[in-house]
Design a protein around this ligand. Structure first.
Ligand SMILES: [Fe+2]
Ligand SMILES: [Fe+2]
Length: 348
C-alpha cells in the first residue's frame, strides 16, 4: 500500500483466496482528476471489473460536499447531521453546509455508467459479489461439553424467536440482524484491546471480525428498506441488545472458543431462517419486491434484482460467517491463539 499527501495518490492491493482487488485513487481539488478501478476476482468466470470516476470538490469548509445523489431520507439525515455537527453554524444557517477550516477532504464518486455514487456509509471498493457456491449445509457436530452448551443455547433461543415472529420473515430477518452484528464488534474490540495490552499483532483477526460486524450491519440497512419495525419491536431491540452485548462480552472474555462456537451456530440458524424466507417468497406468501438500491450497489447485483436475489446473497454471507467463527473456535480448541493463524480478511 502506498499513500502520499498533497496530490493524494493511493494504491492498495488486497489478495485473498476468494477475491483479489486492485484499485488506485488520485485525488486533489478541482473537478474530475482521477479514476478508481476495482477488479474483484471471484471463482472462475465470475470476475467483474468496474470503474468509478472520482471527483474531488473544493473541500475547505464543506462537509459532505453534495447531497444531490442522496435519497430523500438520507438528505434529511444529512441535513440534521449538518446542523447538529457544526459548532460554527448559526441559527439562520440551519440546513446549510457546515463551514470549517479543518480541510477534511471530501470526494464524490461516480459509477461507470455516469450516475453518482449514492452512499456515504460504504464506498465502491467495499462492494463485492457474493459467492453463492458456498456449501450451505455444512454443520459442526457438537461433541465436547462446550460445543453442546453452545449448540443448545442457540437452539433454545430459536423457540421464542419462532413464536414471536411466526412466518414474518422480513421482520424476523431485520430484527435478527440487530443481534447478528454484535459478536463481530465485541470480538474485534476485545482482540483490539488485547493487541494493545500485549504489544502484539492480531493476525488480521481484528479486521476480519469488524468486517463481519459491518457486513451484518449492512444486512440490517438492507432489510430495513423492506420491513418497518413497530414501536414494540424497536423497544425489544433495546432490551435484547443490552442483554446480548453484555452476555457475549463476558462469554468472549471467559472463553473465546465458546463465544465463536455460539456465533457459528447462530450463523447456521441464520442460514435456516433465510432458507425459510426463500420458501415463503417462492410460494408467493411474501411479495418478491424490487431489491433495495443499497443492496444492488453493495452486492453489485443487476439493476433488475429482486428481494429473492438479496436473500440469496445475504444467506451466502451468513454461510461465510459460519465458517469463520467455527474456524476461530477450532483454532482455540487446538490450543492456539487466533493470531497464530492468518485471518480470512475479505472472505465473502
Ligand atoms: Fe446477517
Ligand atoms: Fe451472519
Amino acid at each position: 500500500m502506498m499513500m502520499s499527501r498533497g496530490t493524494a495518490t493511493m494504491v492498495r492491493s488486497v489478495t485473498g483466496p476468494m477475491s483479489a482487488r486492485l484499485f488506485s485513487i488520485a485525488a486533489g481539488t478541482g473537478s474530475v482528476i482521477g479514476a478508481a478501478r476495482i477488479s474483484a476476482g471471484l471463482a472462475g468466470s465470475e470476475k467483474a471489473v468496474a470503474t468509478w470516476w472520482i471527483k474531488s470538490y473544493p473541500v475547505i469548509g464543506a462537509r459532505n460536499a453534495s447531497t444531490v445523489a442522496l435519497g430523500e431520507k438520507e438528505q434529511q439525515d444529512h441535513k440534521e447531521e449538518t446542523v447538529a455537527g457544526g459548532g460554527a453554524t448559526s441559527g439562520d444557517q440551519k440546513g446549510k453546509e457546515v463551514v470549517s477550516y479543518w480541510g477534511v477532504p471530501q470526494s464524490k464518486l461516480t459509477k461507470e455508467d455516469g450516475s453518482e455514487w449514492k452512499w456515504n456509509c460504504f464506498k465502491p471498493w467495499e462492494t463485492y459479489q457474493a459467492d453463492l457456491s458456498i456449501d450451505l449445509k455444512k454443520h459442526h457436530v457438537p461433541k465436547t461439553f462446550l460445543d453442546k452448551f453452545a449448540y443448545w443455547t442457540v437452539k433454545s433461543l430459536r423457540l421464542p424467536t419462532d413464536i414471536f415472529f411466526q412466518r414474518r420473515y422480513g421482520c424476523r430477518a431485520m430484527m435478527l440482524e440487530t443481534v447478528a452484528a454484535v459478536p463481530g464488534m465485541v470480538g474485534g474490540m476485545l482482540l483490539h484491546c488485547k493487541s494493545l495490552r500485549r504489544f502484539e499483532h492480531s493476525g488480521g483477526w481484528i479486521k476480519a471480525l469488524l468486517e463481519e460486524a459491518e457486513n451484518e450491519r449492512m444486512h440490517l440497512m438492507t432489510f430495513m428498506e423492506v420491513a418497518k419495525p413497530r414501536w414494540y419491536e424497536r423497544a425489544l431491540v433495546f432490551t435484547v441488545q443490552g442483554v446480548f452485548f453484555n452476555a457475549y462480552f463476558l462469554a468472549y472474555l471467559a472463553s473465546p472458543k465458546l463465544a465463536h462456537r455460539i456465533t457459528g451456530y447462530l450463523e447456521e440458524e441464520a442460514i435456516h431462517s433465510y432458507t425459510e424466507f426463500l420458501k415463503e417468497l417462492d410460494k408467493g406468501n411474501i411479495e418478491n419486491v424490487k431489491a433495495p438500491a443499497i443492496a444492488i450497489d453493495y452486492w453489485r447485483l443487476p439493476a433488475d434484482s429482486t428481494l429473492r436475489d438479496v436473500v440469496m446473497v445475504v444467506r451466502a454471507d451468513e454461510a461465510h460467517h459460519r465458517d469463520v467463527n467455527h474456524f476461530a473456535s477450532d483454532i482455540h480448541y487446538q490450543g492456539h491463539e487466533l493470531k497464530d493463524s492468518p485471518a480470512p480478511i475479505g472472505y465473502h
